[in-house]
Design a protein around this ligand. Sequence first.
Ligand SMILES: Nc1ncnc2c1ncn2[C@@H]1O[C@H](COP(=O)(O)OP(=O)(O)OP(=O)(O)O)[C@@H](O)[C@H]1O
Length: 235
Amino acid sequence: MQPVIKAHDVVQVLNKKTVLKGINLEVPAGEALGIFGTRGTGKTTLLHLLAGIDQFHSGRVEILGMDIQKDNAYKKHLGLVTQERSLFRELKVAENLDFIATLRGGSRAVLGQLVKSLELNPLLKEPVSTLEDGAYQRVALACALLGDPKILLADELIRDIDFYSQRLLLKIVRQFLKEGGTFVCGFSQMDYAGQLNRIAWLTDGQLTFYRPEEAVKEWQRQFQEINRQSGEPHD
Ligand SMILES: Nc1ncnc2c1ncn2[C@@H]1O[C@H](COP(=O)(O)OP(=O)(O)OP(=O)(O)O)[C@@H](O)[C@H]1O
């Protein structure tokens, strides 16, 4: 079967710095792929390029069989949760949801279902600017899933938020995957690797692929190596 996302030799240069140095990636339908990397390795850069927010320097990306530099139609099948808050801050939660549902052709039934499953009812009248991080991420995920996307891209979906919101968000992502969706997320805390099918580890502008348990082992190995070099105890 044709991968839903395919990147070939993608290079991105930002401010004269080559951030991505030849990304090759194939994501099959239904996969939960994590793009892992420490701070500033280029996870957001890669996700923004897949989402069509930023043009890239060279290479080729196909999403749902479309060359994204030539055909924009793939965007209606994407949902995106950005790392920076990108909803309308001064609008209420309900107004954000209504606006995005209208823009993306999301049905009232889907909107109602997302409000229920992400437990947004108590938040509907709140301005987005007042939400704490976990509540904000629940609204952001609802907005991304309006319009029934086939692919969900998310940047640090559950980092540094309350445990209850984390569990709700992961539950909805699992449901999205069960219904045939494809999930690609950037993350920087290896604790979440077990939620994913495969890890694409971004180092020095290139990806290395691991099974989640292998990635965890490699992370522990690197951690111990750093401790060893700095004279700290191993465990
Ligand atoms: N618009 C830009 N102009 C110039 N440099 C940029 C730009 N955006 C990002 N960078 C640089 O590109 C590199 C990768 O940044 P990016 O935000 O993609 O990393 P990241 O892995 O998502 O980091 P974090 O975990 O901190 O979010 C960093 O060195 C960053 O400073």
